[in-house]
Design a protein around this ligand. Structure first.
Ligand code: HEM
Length: 506
């Protein structure tokens, strides 16, 4: 699904806004809606369902514009579904001091991932979350920076080599016809995905040897597409046998790959080591905690592998695409890199001294947040923004639409990393920008993602000039917001000079 994805900088639209369909705007949830919502009633099924499937970004943006301070009710069939566009209301939902909201629609994910930090609630989630926080903490992030640099350098050698660029790792990626030595990366998202998956495997599981990165990526894509298709189907629609079969097969392959990985784990100070070590804490009822079964270890590892690489890869792909179309920002970032680390790989402390590089990533996450919408449901009747909601009401908080609001971010569709260098965003409410979610279920991997992105972008810009290829990119809106399949990028090796002066290609 693509559709509306307005983006412009220097007056050049990345995607010409096709504009939302003329369907009517989501109603403001006023008292009438509150009553209908309370009764659990909906209008005639499907009012916004088709638009939500076809043009979700346009619909969410319109809701944010027209219902900035209120909830917008979507006509999606039986049951209440509301868009939350007021950052203060998002704060209430995500911070959730009263434990009124939970993560809905986890059943399909549980079939793939079992019970873990992503899919659980309650004490099981809390235990899992503690492990997650440990493995994404500062000590591990320092080590991750070294691993990411190592993996990136291996990958980039193929960019600079004999044409072996791209998802396949095959030596058949097209050389640019115009620029000697340059290479077209056939799918920048897949390229980044291969890179971040290899890095996360080495970091969390000790190795990516004998792991079929491409097959894992393919099966994960199938699982995500099936879940998206199944969950955006009209209520009561029977899933097709073909989708069910594809889902079951891909889910089985993902689990089998991780079970093999865990079985051959050599031991070490990583996630698998942490999960397979004898438990050192008492369980919630005071008895000695039981060791995890191989299936439970698999659940946790799989959840971290998926959460740990997919969003980071997507954010990196967007960052590179945005940079490829802004020569001035790219030149300034390269100069910053040259001044700070010269030609070597950065560590977390170096990255803290590169504000423009960080601003590029922050701005890419503002314009193109991989988690473009965060969903919650009410566990019991409650009130939000003056609207009484029944138990089971679905709430959509969209980083995409809120972060593109002109109220908080002037020229909202433009790529302007400099806005993060001054205090331009200082007056915005806390949840005007929330690409990593918020509250108790906020992303534990935020620091890891930022360091990974900093290292990859640094190494790419130290070695290559990146150029756009073809039409401006469009977005593929599924479970995550990614560049459409086949979005290309050109990498032109820079001359082997000292970093910071490597401006020109041969
Ligand atoms: C740019 C990269 C990333 C983005 C944009 C991102 C975004 C998010 C968001 C928005 C959530 C909250 C979802 C919700 O509330 O429903 C989340 C949760 C999570 N993320 Fe990330 N993430 C990124 C990278 C990572 C990395 C590197 C890890 C590494 C392990 C990770 C692990 C997790 C986990 C385990 C959760 C579930 C937390 C919980 O439910 O308690 N993420 N992420």
């Amino acid at each position: 699904m693509s559709g509306e994805f307005p983006m412009s900088w220097k007056a050049v639209p990345l995607v010409s806004p096709s504009g939302p369909s003329p369907a009517r705007c989501p109603a403001h949830a006023g008292q009438d809606d509150a009553e209908r919502a309370e009764a659990g009633e909906g209008p005639a099924p499907g009012g916004h369902l088709e638009e939500l499937r076809r043009e979700p970004l346009g619909l969410l943006r319109r809701s944010a514009k027209e219902s900035a301070h209120r909830l917008a009710r979507l006509d999606t069939g039986p049951g209440a579904c509301l868009v939350v566009s007021d950052p203060d209301a998002v704060d209430v939902v995500l911070t959730d001091h009263d434990a009124a909201f939970f993560k809905p629609k986890m059943e399909r994910w549980k079939q793939v991932l079992g019970e873990n930090v992503l899919t659980s609630e309650g004490p099981a989630w809390a235990r899992s979350r503690r492990r997650s926080m440990r493995i994404t903490g500062a000590r591990y992030v320092r080590r991750a920076a070294r691993v990411v640099a190592e993996v990136t350098d291996e990958r980039l050698r193929s960019w600079a080599g004999t044409g072996a660029v791209g998802v396949d790792g095959a030596a058949d990626s097209p050389r640019s016809p115009c620029i000697p030595g340059s290479h077209d990366i056939p799918d920048i998202h897949e390229e980044m995905r291969t890179l971040t998956l290899a890095a996360v495997l080495r970091h969390l599981c000790g190795t990516d040897d004998d792991f079929d990165l491409r097959a894992f990526g393919r099966h994960l894509r199938t699982v995500m597409e099936c879940i998206h298709a199944l969950e955006s189907a009209p209520a009561g629609a029977e899933p097709s046998a073909r989708v069910e079969r594809a889902f079951a097969h891909a889910a089985g392959e993902l689990r089998a790959a991780v079970l093999r990985l865990v079985a051959s784990h050599a031991g070490g100070d990583d996630l698998v080591g942490l999960l397979t070590a004898p438990p050192d804490t008492a369980s919630d009822d005071g008895r000695a905690a039981e060791p995890l079964t191989p299936d439970q270890v698999c659940d946790e590892v799989l959840a971290h592998l998926i959460a740990g690489h997919e969003s980071t890869a997507t954010a990196l792909a967007w960052s590179l695409l945005l940079l490829s179309r802004d020569a001035d920002v790219t030149r300034r970032v390269r100069t910053e890199i040259g001044t700070t680390v010269g030609g070597r790989a950065p560590g977390p402390a170096d990255l803290a001294g590169m504000p423009l590089l960080q601003a590029v990533f922050t701005e890419a996450l503002r314009l193109c947040p991989p988690a473009w919408t965060i969903m919650r449901a009410t566990g019991r009747p409650c009130e939000l923004s003056g609207v009484r909601l029944p138990a089971g009401a679905v709430l959509l908080a969209s980083p995409y639409s809120i972060q593109r609001s002109g109220r908080w971010f002037p020229r909202p569709d433009e790529f302007l990393p400099d806005r993060w260098l001054g205090d331009a965003a200082a007056g915005a409410p806390r949840y005007a920008y929330f690409p990593f979610g918020g509250g108790r279920r906020s992303c534990p991997g935020r620091m890891l993602a930022q360091v990974t992105a900093g290292v990859v972008l640094t190494r790419v810009l130290q070695g290559f000039r990146i150029e756009p290829v073809g039409e401006p990119p469009t977005a593929d809106v599924g479970i995550i917001l990614r560049p459409s399949p086949g979005t290309r990028l050109r990498a032109v090796p820079l001359r082997r000079e000292s970093a910071g002066q490597r401006e020109e290609s041969p």
